[in-house]
Design a protein around this ligand. Structure first.
Ligand code: GLA
Length: 379
């Protein structure tokens, strides 16, 4: 029995800690990830595809913990920020890798009106509600089921958010499915229903640093956003309601452009955001999945392509990282050492009738599909 247990443990550990990723077949391993304040145990799921890409997920917050992909020379490195165990996520303030809900991004003034009633939400970002409020989908334990599928290893997370949680109406049943596809895409599909009219906007908040070196800024990486317009914000980072063209502004990423090239320009939006922290209005919104963004790290050759069916994407350059968050392997995560590309509805949509609607009613199903897909450019 003892040797069986030891065997199982070393088997699990060898998968969890490997970074060499010898090519082989799809695998999924589950291991404990630490105790939560309520005594429950969080788990880590390690998914590996046949070509050797590894993704680690935890059921706490339905969160990506690690994304391990090759560079142009075949060297694997972790390109996502996170913590070594569940306690990091319990105490963390930066939403590393998390599933964000019920409302990703900001709701101005922490309130919205729906069907003639005003709902008040907790304020956790100056005068705003950010990323769902004080509980948020990132700070709860989700139920998890792992499965080998024909498309690759997969984990389905479910969470039932009670009526009134964080001030939002309706019991919301949410499902997030991560599938590690064999073409090195991490596909995230979301589904949610409600029993009362409510607002909903889910996203994934993975922080990427394609160099695999979390000590290096992302200012030397190139970005493309397929967006002719963005939603300018006021000084509290709430959209003004206007849709503004990116042309002749530092927000023009229609061609691959170095992230650091214009981030220091004297521009009101960049000043409010302390860098980039805005929602881009993606071209070609029809509800179908299309390519929305590309990030390229010239040094390692790693490329991230983002595909989504969402109308918007928040591009954030880790402006609030200040070295106080200590992540995997004891690394201090510093200013602008990672970026996020959060596919979403526009911020503050519940208060902006001109934006695509975030209202979800009984009988309807919220759906989203976003794929973070990795490849390399030879040079
Ligand atoms: C989003 C927001 C940022 C910041 C991060 C989390 O990207 O737009 O302002 O709150 O989440 O730190």
């Amino acid at each position: 029995m003892k040797s069986l247990l030891f065997g199982l443990l070393t088997f699990t550990l060898s998968i969890v800690t490997t970074s060499a990723n010898p090519k082989g077949k799809d695998e999924i391993a589950k291991s404990p990830f630490g105790k939560l304040p309520d005594g429950k145990t969080a788990h880590l799921y390690t998914l590996k595809n046949a070509s050797g890409m590894t993704v680690k997920l935890t059921d706490y917050g339905a969160t990506t913990v690690s994304i391990i992909v090759p560079d142009r020379d075949g060297h694997y490195a972790d390109v996502a920020f996170g913590y070594d165990s569940a306690s990091g996520y319990v105490n963390g303030k930066s939403y590393f890798g998390a599933t964000v809900g019920r409302y990703a991004n900001r709701i101005g003034g922490g309130e919205f009106r729906l069907d003639g009633r005003v709902y008040h939400l907790p304020l956790n970002d100056g005068p705003n509600t950010l990323h769902g409020g004080t509980i948020g989908f990132n700070k709860v334990l989700w139920k998890a089921t792992a499965a080998e599928t024909a498309e690759g290893p997969s984990v389905t997370f479910t969470y039932v958010s009670p009526d009134g949680e964080d001030g939002f109406p309706g019991t919301v049943k949410a499902t997030v499915v991560y599938t590690l596809l064999n073409d090195n895409g991490l596909r995230i599909t979301y589904r949610a229903t409600t029993d009362k009219p409510t607002v909903l906007n889910l996203t994934n908040h993975t922080y990427f640093n394609l160099s695999g070196n979390p000590g290096k800024t992302i200012l030397g990486e190139d970005l493309m956003l397929d967006a002719d317009n963005y939603t300018p914000v006021d000084k509290n980072l709430i959209p003004t309601g206007k849709i503004a063209p990116v042309v002749n502004t530092p927000m023009d990423f229609r061609r691959l452009t170095k992230i650091g090239a214009r981030i220091g320009e004297d521009n009101g939006q960049l000043r409010y955001c302390r860098g980039y922290d805005l929602n881009w209005v993606l071209n070609g919104f029809t509800g179908k999945v299309r390519k929305a963004a590309e990030v390229y790290d010239p040094e390692s050759g790693r490329v991230l392509d983002v595909y989504t069916d969402q109308p918007g994407i928040q591009f954030y350059t880790g402006n609030f990282l200040d070295g106080t968050e200590i992540g995997k392997g004891g690394v201090h995560y510093n200013h602008r050492t990672a970026l996020t590309l959060e596919a979403q509805l526009y911020p503050d949509s519940p208060n902006k009738p001109q934006f695509p609607s975030s209202v979800l009613r009984p009988g309807q199903t919220y759906r989203q599909e976003t794929i973070y897909k990795f490849r390399v450019k030879k040079n």
